[in-house]
Ligand binder design. Structure first.
Ligand code: NDP
Length: 330
């Protein structure tokens, strides 16, 4: 079988040379283990942090070992009493086309869903991230203005739609006119700012939010966030979900001094990691899956075909190559 290993650690923006596709052999199957074939692999912005040798909330990838992440897989051989051949499972698995796993880390999934890859996105981590960051930190109320950056991505497009379900005025920020059009026409956003073509992001935010910003769901950080915070309202809430604009920076750039704004307007700003909400995942899943079933929450994905496309797909996240969740189909 084939695997993709981390060949070297990037400095700044990663390149394909940091990865290597190679052949490997399969481990012998022991009792209580299964042999799996990967169907859909998730690539996520947090993986960039794991390419560094730095302590964080997930361990770094090791040099010359396969990367790993969320995978939907099917069982092809089973020595487990709990799983049979043909079962579909989701879990965190190595970037190998086939792999052996103990059965106690497998989560069996219902295959009666629009797409199995949804377990890596809207019915998985990214959906839960959007749900808890928005509902628990941004606490949107009907009539308020909610801004979301990274709006056309996996998390962002769910945040915007849930905010609409709460009766808010929703403004997204994304990197192409096509993404802006999709968010407005297909996903019900009220307005979307293209941060790459606007001449003055500060002015664009003020125009899109005539009543100011009551809640900001931040996926990107940097200048986009400086601009949103310049329009922040009294008692606004800011959920710090991601800072993708800074993940490849060699040093952290300084923004304008926004703290006085946060102070005088009594703003609450809180970072979070989705796993903080582990105990409440069933609650989040219940809402997400029923909204999806009722057609109230829609979703889209960018699917790259072929296991060997994993590195390209991962790097694509930093260039905005995806609308919705970036997925690799083996
Ligand atoms: P996305 O699907 O949003 O993919 C990344 C998107 O970010 C790209 O499509 C691109 O869209 C945008 N982007 C890339 N570079 C920049 C830049 N320099 N400035 C502005 N936008 C940029 O990924 P996810 O939905 O999976 O993740 C979104 C954010 O949420 C990430 O920051 C991620 O780290 C974070 N996250 C946090 C979690 C948590 O537990 N706190 C869990 C999951 C994700 P565009 O064309 O608009 O530029």
């Amino acid at each position: 079988t084939r695997q993709i290993i981390l060949q070297s650690r990037p400095v700044g923006t990663p390149t394909l040379q940091n990865f290597k596709l190679e052949n490997t052999t399969l481990d012998q199957l022991q009792p209580g283990e299964v042999l799996l074939k990967g169907l859909y692999y998730s690539v996520d912005p947090y993986m960039r942090g794991r390419m560094n040798d730095a302590k964080s909330y997930v361990a770094p990838f090791k040099i010359n070992e396969p990367l790993d992440g969320g995978v939907v897989a099917t069982i092809i051989v089973s020595k487990s009493d709990n799983f049979k051949v043909g079962d579909t499972v989701v879990g965190r698995f190595p970037w190998k086309e086939m792999f052996v796993s103990k059965d106690d880390v497998l989560q069996k999934v219902d295959t009666n869903v629009p797409e199995l890859s949804y377990y890596l996105s809207i019915l998985g981590m990214t959906g839960l991230t959007a749900y808890f960051g928005l509902m628990d930190i941004c606490k949107p109320k009907a009539g308020e203005t909610v801004v979301v950056s990274g709006a056309a991505g996996a998390v962002g497009m769910v945040v915007g739609q849930i905010a609409k379900l709460q009766g808010c005025h929703v403004v997204g920020i994304a990197g192409t006119d096509e993404k802006a059009k999709t968010l407005i026409e297909d996903f019900g956003f009220d307005q979307v700012i293209n941060y790459k073509t606007t001449k003055d992001i500060y002015k664009s935010v003020k125009e899109a939010c005539p009543n100011g910003v009551d809640a900001y769901f931040d996926n990107v950080g940097g200048e986009i966030s400086d601009a949103v915070i310049s329009a922040i309202n009294f008692h606004a809430r800011i959920a710090l979900c991601g800072q993708i604009s800074l993940y490849n920076s060699k040093e952290t750039p300084m923004g304008p001094r926004i703290q006085p704004m946060l102070l005088t307007r009594s703003v609450l700003m809180q970072g979070f990691i989705v796993s903080n909400y582990q105990d409440r995942f069933p609650e989040g899943m219940k809402h997400l899956s029923s909204w999806v079933k009722e057609g109230k929450l829609k979703f889209t994905q960018t699917i790259e075909e072929g296991f060997d496309q994993l590195p390209t797909a991962l790097l694509g996240l930093f260039e905005g190559a995806n609308t919705g969740k970036m997925i690799v189909k083996a």
